[in-house]
Write a protein that binds this ligand. Structure first.
Ligand code: ADP
Ligand code: MG
Length: 491
């Protein structure tokens, strides 16, 4: 596919403004942009992929005109939109949210020609069979799972490996292996995502299961509401009739004695019938304050697993995965730069990535995003104090390419000498100066620098940087050379 500018994020933005939030979220946001085929200036074809035949037909029927209008704003020579089906894409999950569910049912009811395929069976059943309609709607409405949170979307890495393995086991054998599954860890580390991924998987394997995802806070509110309205019998009956119960952030049960009492009985009832329970919390069961001991001990009956902060490699993997899913090919030095700066949690990584995508007007495969934009997106919150001062004191932030060009010019070398493999003394020195500058000026990681130089090992980069450090401290005139290069870079 030719690497034309990727204006898809802008097309999406345009569509977002012209469609309802529900339609955009359900149908359009799932589209994968593959690129533009055809020579510049004439009859170009935009290639898109969607997860199912049903989805393609629906988009063609309902949104083709808007798609065409928005695409033409950025790709004026497009005459055709080709939509293919790629079943590996994130499916359009009907009923992810209650409001979406309602809207879909109304919308698809109004549409008479949509054809079915595997991923839309539940929706078609709702439409065609009044008996299954109620059952289908009820099951779907009960679960309140977010369609974003599936196993497909979950990057397994060192910090969540154990939790992901346990979740996978539970998804395959609900109620049989680890019951309850208790997942704990800090905020933004993927507890809710993993828990809901299990819910989706179980539902996929057991479409008639009654699954409920609820945050502990909402559970408390529902309980209080049921008490006020004299609906306790319904409340109890509902929760005790579930096949799978997912309760998020159970630390909020702390101090809520009446709710704990009710939850205790629900727990026992479900557990006794081998119905799967999954719980999450921001801390281990024993560390949750003001929760009855008998409940705490039950939390530990099955499997307790924690998710910790992702390490550097995990952060890189998560960023790459998320960028790829949005059709953006971020250069590895950008990814590593972000992964080095944003160390807190996955939610923050996602936030920065979203900002990068929004700030970049043209993110083609061959386009590099300037470090300037990346730094703006990371923002000061994520920078350590010394880095804040460092960035403040710099007028412009250079890229690795600029460093290579400036160093090549300074030492009268060719850029290709520096990026090549020659081991001549002068060229090696120029190359090591570049490495040293990338490490100290751009704060790139050693592996990232190694990659810029054709896949050199990080130990080679480290050796080069140490060599330059030695030269700077032993040879004042060499220190002067570095300062001159730095001055050029800063201007
Ligand atoms: P928590 O419940 O632990 O506070 P969430 O499950 O809400 O965290 O995750 C925060 C965000 O980070 C979500 O958008 C989620 O999809 C994403 N996320 C977390 N961990 C991962 C992961 N391992 N792979 C992909 N996305 C993740
Ligand atoms: Mg959560």
């Amino acid at each position: 596919m030719p690497a034309a500018h990727n204006y898809w994020p802008l097309v999406l933005q345009d569509l977002k403004e012209s469609l309802t939030a529900i339609n955009f979220q359900t149908w359009i946001s799932k589209i994968q942009f593959n690129g533009v085929v055809g020579s510049k200036g004439v009859n170009q074809v935009v290639s898109l992929s969607v997860p199912s035949v049903f989805c393609r037909n629906y988009i063609q029927k309902k949104f083709y005109n808007q798609l065409q209008t928005s695409l033409r704003k950025y790709y004026p020579n497009v005459t055709e939109i080709s939509i293919s089906v790629d079943e590996s894409l994130e499916p359009v999950v009907v009923g992810a949210e209650e409001s979406i569910q309602q809207s879909l049912i109304q919308e698809v009811s109004a549409s008479d020609e949509v054809t079915d395929n595997k991923s839309s069976i539940s929706l078609m059943k709702i439409l065609s069979d009044p008996a299954s309609k109620y059952q289908g709607v009820e099951t779907k409405l009960v679960h309140s799972l977010n369609s974003k949170y599936t196993f497909d979307n979950f990057v397994i890495c060192g910090s969540n490996q154990l939790a992901a393995m346990a979740a996978n086991t539970v998804a395959k054998h609900p109620g049989m292996e680890y019951n309850p599954l208790f997942i704990y860890g800090g905020v933004g580390l993927g507890k809710t995502h993993l828990m809901q991924a299990v819910g989706h998987k179980i539902l996929e394997n057991n479409p008639n299961f009654k699954i409920k995802y609820i945050s502990a806070e909402t559970f408390i509110n529902e309980f209080l509401f049921a008490m006020q309205k004299n609906k306790m019998a319904d409340f109890k009956a509902f929760y005790r009739s579930l096949d799978v119960l997912l309760v998020d952030d159970v630390q909020f049960l702390a101090g809520k004695e009446a709710t704990q009492e009710e939850f205790f009985h629900t727990f026992n009832e479900l557990h006794q019938q081998n119905k799967q329970i999954i719980l999450t919390s921001d801390r281990a069961p024993k560390d949750i304050p003001a929760v009855e001991a008998r409940l705490v001990s039950r939390f530990g009956w099955g499997m307790v697993v924690d998710i910790s902060e992702p390490d550097f490699e995990s952060r890189v993997a998560i960023l790459q995965h998320k960028a790829r899913r949005r059709g953006i090919n971020l250069k590895s030095d950008v990814v590593e730069f972000v992964a080095e700066k944003v160390v807190s949690n996955v939610r923050d990584l996602e936030g920065v990535l979203n900002k990068i995508l929004m700030h970049s007007t043209s993110l083609g495969v061959d386009q590099s995003i300037s470090f300037d934009i990346v730094q703006k997106c990371i923002g000061e919150d994520f920078l350590k104090q010394n880095e804040k001062n460092y960035f403040k004191s710099k007028k412009t932030i250079v890229s690795p390419q600029t460093i290579i060009e400036v160093v090549a010019e300074y030492y009268s070398l060719q850029v290709s000498d520096i990026t090549g493999v020659s081991r001549s003394k002068e060229i090696m020195k120029g190359r090591q100066v570049c490495m040293w500058l990338m490490k100290n000026e751009l704060k790139l990681s050693l592996p990232a620098i190694g990659r810029i130089f054709g896949g050199k090992d990080h130990t080679t980069v480290l050796h080069g940087c140490r060599k330059i450090d030695e030269l700077i401290s032993n040879d004042p005139s060499f220190g002067g050379e570095i300062e001159s290069i730095q001055a050029v870079l800063k201007n």
